[in-house]
Design a protein around this ligand. Sequence first.
Ligand code: DC
Length: 223
Amino acid sequence: MKYISAGIDGPAGAGKSSVSKAVAGKLGFVYIDTGAMYRAAALFAMNNGIDIVNERERLISSLDRLDIAIKYTDDGQRVFLDGADVSETIRTPEVSVGASNIAVIPEVREKLVAMQREMAKHDNVIMDGRDICTVVLPDADVKIFLTASVEERAKRRYKEMTEKGMDADFEEIKRDIEYRDKNDSERDASPLKIAEGAAVVDTTGLTFDEVVEKLTAMIKEKM
Ligand code: DC
């Protein structure tokens, strides 16, 4: 059976995960959040006292001990590191920056990309990340580049964090987003860029529901 795949790439905070999750729910697709896998890899390094930026060789030689699993429950995707559910722990600002730093390492990418391709073989999927349409699934049926202005993305992240009762500093969030934009787009290994044939959807000024409707329609067209 041929499964449908939709790849959603875009910068940090563009709303990729919440939008992709909602679209997957509407269409009965499996949602795969690949950023969570880079976050879990960063947490692995942090838990093992490895400095991601300055101890790259040590990190690379420990990669065969990296044990990440993705499982689906009624709460959606859960991420496990060494058998422990780390779905919430990987959302801190420290892990966000660690994930952006670890994502520049080709050996890390190779390992996670192989897992992601395998996952797309068994279901209709919506996969979000930075390199889905360029590297992971270049033949995806639907390719989307979801973006929004830095200001708008920082506002959304701030709202999301304060609503969850997390400590949030708007200027710090904005700086983190700018840092990650630069890091993600300027790295040598699979930089964030618009894939050939991808549709660019700028969500600045659009409501969440409008974006979900738009993407759902784009995927339905291919079904
Ligand atoms: O989407 P996110 O913020 O959870 O991603 C965390 C980091 O992981 C982000 O800074 C870039 C990196 N990433 C990546 O390089 N490739 C992906 N497919 C997904 C995320």
